[in-house]
Write a protein that binds this ligand. Structure first.
Ligand SMILES: Cc1cc2nc3c(=O)[nH]c(=O)nc-3n(C[C@H](O)[C@H](O)[C@H](O)COP(=O)(O)OP(=O)(O)OC[C@H]3O[C@@H](n4cnc5c(N)ncnc54)[C@H](O)[C@@H]3O)c2cc1C
Length: 336
């Protein structure tokens, strides 16, 4: 039996950030993840300045490709609305592995199946024992299933069905593009260039709305890839996309029950308007870690709910506005 003070189930951004915070406070923590890192993660990999700030990252220490966008292009009903802002793209394959290593804790590869409570401790698959357990295992997190399903039920109306593909491509348009409600799609599609010549294209929208209409995300994906071809954004590719479902933020009643906590997609915290989940995963990972350190409740009230506000009105935050005066297109793009 491996016996430690805290176990974080899931080594994505929520879990690694929580473990990083716990470890820095001297709490003996391990991460359990079913996958060996670096691992593929279905995600467009768009991140915000707020996320970088919360992670206390610097350009110098991040060793992988990192693109800076000084503008995002929003498309509504055929019209393009370029928005001056500052946002970034990373590759999850690299980013998650880097965050996990930075947490500097032991990582065990194991698919968690069964969790029980005995003598004030949590026992995982009769192999691991801990005082604190943090569920950061994404949509199907076993900690959520064991301890939070009843207190924080998920409404299927908030379920997002998404598919995407990330691949090497000699892209000519280096801008980030997003198309909303194309052909009545209840969501949006994206074209996100990455460093080192990678491109991510994908589509994500309301599962329940599509189901009600008898549509699938695949139907819309087929229209989307034709559009990419027609716009000469991606030409002649035989796509083989991967899908994943996750929840937009709903009423998260509690992030803590006794010494069990949840964060990130396990808690269902992606932003209501754009499904941005990395930033909320990082924010909630820090909050869960601090709740353990300080012995407090775990509230996600302060976690970002809407992405649009931060994108559209960066000038309301002086420091951010000053930071976008740097007009270099790919100012943080090592290895390209
Ligand atoms: C197509 C798509 C595009 C997206 N694009 C963006 C974007 O551009 N920007 C953005 O901010 N958000 C985006 N998101 C959302 C974002 O990917 C998630 O919100 C984010 O990954 C949540 O992080 P997490 O750490 O909570 O969970 P995850 O990153 O899912 O990590 C969970 C980890 O838990 C592990 N795990 C799961 N079950 C078990 C188990 N039983 N035992 C052990 N380990 C387990 C998994 O292997 C995984 O490593 C996108 C999502 C999708 C589907």
């Amino acid at each position: 039996m491996i016996d430690v003070e805290a176990i974080v189930v899931g080594g994505g951004p929520a879990g690694s950030t929580c473990a990083w915070r716990l470890n820095r406070s001297g709490i003996h923590t391990i991460i359990i993840d079913k996958k060996r890192f670096p691992r593929l993660k279905v995600c467009a990999g768009w991140i915000t300045p707020k996320t970088i700030k919360n992670l206390q990252m610097t350009r110098e220490e991040y060793p992988h490709s990192f693109l800076t966008f000084n503008r995002l292009n929003f498309h509504f009903f055929g019209a393009r609305f370029p928005v001056r802002t500052r946002q970034y793209s990373i590759r999850r394959y690299e980013f998650d592995d880097w965050l996990l290593k930075r947490a500097d804790v032991d990582v065990q590869q194991h698919a968690v199946k069964h969790i029980r409570k005995a003598d004030g401790c949590y026992i995982i698959d009769d192999t691991f024992r801990c005082k604190y357990i943090v569920g950061a295992g994404g949509t199907n997190c076993p900690v959520y299933r064991a301890f939070f399903r009843k207190t924080n039920p998920r409404n299927r109306k908030g379920l997002i069905a998404a598919i995407e593909e990330e691949f090497r491509y000699d892209y000519q348009d280096r801008d980030c593009q997003m198309w909303f409600f194309d052909r009545k799609f209840p969501g949006y599609s994206w074209y996100v260039p990455k460093g080192n010549g990678y491109l991510n294209v994908g589509i994500g929208g309301s599962f329940s709305t599509m189901k009600r209409r008898g549509e699938t995300v695949r139907t819309h994906w087929n229209h989307f890839i034709k559009k990419l071809e027609d716009l000469s954004l991606v030409k002649g590719r035989l796509f083989d996309p991967r899908g994943h479902n996750y929840y937009l933020r709903q009423a998260v009643k509690t992030g803590r029950r006794d010494n069990a906590l949840i964060c990130g997609d396990a808690a269902g915290l992606a932003t209501i308007d754009m499904g941005e989940g990395i930033g909320p995963a990082v924010e909630s990972g820090i909050i869960a870690g601090e709740a353990i350190i300080k012995g407090t409740t775990c509230s996600f009230k302060s976690v970002t709910r809407y992405s649009f506000f931060n994108i559209l009105f960066p000038f309301l935050r002086k420091a951010h506005y000053e930071s976008i005066q740097d007009t270099s297109y790919c100012s943080w793009n090592k290895g390209v």
